[in-house]
Write a protein that binds this ligand. Structure first.
Ligand code: ADP
Ligand code: TRP
Length: 327
């Protein structure tokens, strides 16, 4: 049985891109064959940027509610909050002493973030070591990730191999599973949808706010009567990610024929979002109104994750000679 593991940072409410690009594919992969999945909310990673307690708690709940609303099976899989397993801090220290400094200094996500952010802290620098620990403290075999995380997986493997070489076989060396067939979801401006570009669609907003957001999608200024090109239109690009083949070709025909304004296409998209995610939106709202239910789920997951984490850290401590009374 393979263990797959993935984490998602709690830095905001997951948007349509996160859902179609990460949440849904990970749930699908978790449920395949006899896989067992560890899925966690990376709330310690979020401290590199978010310092406010209420914001952190709200974000953790929003991310958790998203996974639960999209049907993650928390009986079969292990769904937990990173910070609930306190051993992760200790494990990260052990890993950091097997991490060559230049490897972190050359990590492109660090370089990119240190150019963009005003708060360039050591946590940001150590981010890949914490991520490596997230993976190896739970003996994960496969890690489903987007292409942007591949270098972090290489770093993880390098740290694990360095550890095993220097102190003997201890850690499972994980493999990345790149989500090849997931499509990049464009934002309302046509660029990749991203929190940091301010172009995201949040499907969990109220009907009114969601509709308003969809109406903001950027289009060209063709008149109602003119034929339009579906293949260069941002509205259509998002529509086709959710539509059935029949719905897609029906809307395509209306674009090409002319006589349909972009307002209509946007209304179609809004309605499709509502109907595609009706159940998930309702479940999300219910969970967010009952945070204690979310906490219960996270506690159940932490209790399962802790057993595995403690076993692995026990192996590491004994290999390193940390065998005192506290161990
Ligand atoms: P953001 O760009 O909004 O900060 P993250 O980088 O935190 O999002 O991404 C979290 C997960 O969601 C990653 O696995 C990433 O590959 C996926 N993801 C993010 N944006 C998109 C998108 N526009 N289309 C598809 N997947 C996405
Ligand atoms: N760095 C990942 C991201 O930004 C989140 C993450 C943290 C993660 N720890 C992980 C992903 C462990 C996979 C495995 O998307």
């Amino acid at each position: 049985m393979a263990r797959i593991l993935t984490g998602i940072q709690s830095t905001g409410i997951p948007h349509l891109g996160n859902i179609l690009g990460a949440v849904r594919p990970a749930i699908r992969m978790a449920d395949e064959g006899s896989n067992e999945a560890f899925i966690f909310i990376a709330d310690l990673h979020s401290l590199t940027t978010i310092k406010n307690a209420e914001e952190r708690i709200h974000n953790v709940h929003a991310v958790a509610a998203t996974w639960l609303a999209f049907g993650l099976d928390t009986e079969r899989h292990t769904f937990y909050r990173q910070s609930d397993i306190r051993e992760i801090g200790e494990f990260t220290w052990y890993m950091s002493c097997f991490t060559p400094y230049p490897m972190l200094a050359n990590a492109h996500s660090f370089k990119d973030k240190s150019d963009r952010l005003s708060d360039v802290n050591a946590g940001l620098f150590n981010y890949p070591v914490l991520m490596a620990s997230d993976i190896m403290m739970y003996d994960a075999d496969y890690v489903p990730v987007g292409k942007d995380q591949l270098q972090h997986l290489e770093i993880t493997r390098d740290i694990g191999q360095a550890f095993n070489r220097q102190v003997g076989e201890t850690l499972v060396i994980p493999e990345a599973k790149v989500q090849e067939n997931t499509k990049l979801v464009p934002g309302i401006d046509g660029q990749k949808m991203s929190k940091s570009y301010g172009n995201a669609i949040n499907i969990f907003e109220s009907d009114k706010a969601l509709r308003k957001r969809v109406m903001k999608i950027v289009t060209d200024s063709k008149d109602v009567d003119e034929p339009k090109d579906p293949d260069t239109c941002n509205v259509f690009a998002i529509y086709k990610l959710l539509a059935s083949p029949e719905q897609e070709s029906a809307l395509r025909d209306r674009y090409i024929k002319g006589g349909m304004g972009y307002g209509h296409a946007k209304q179609e998209l809004y309605e499709l979002i509502c109907s595609s995610f009706e159940k998930e939106r309702a479940r999300y709202a219910e969970l967010m109104a009952n945070p204690e239910q979310i906490e219960q789920e996270l506690k159940k997951g932490a209790d399962k994750a802790r057993i595995v984490g403690r076993e692995v850290i026990g192996r590491v401590r004994s290999k390193l000679g940390y065998v005192g009374a506290g161990a």
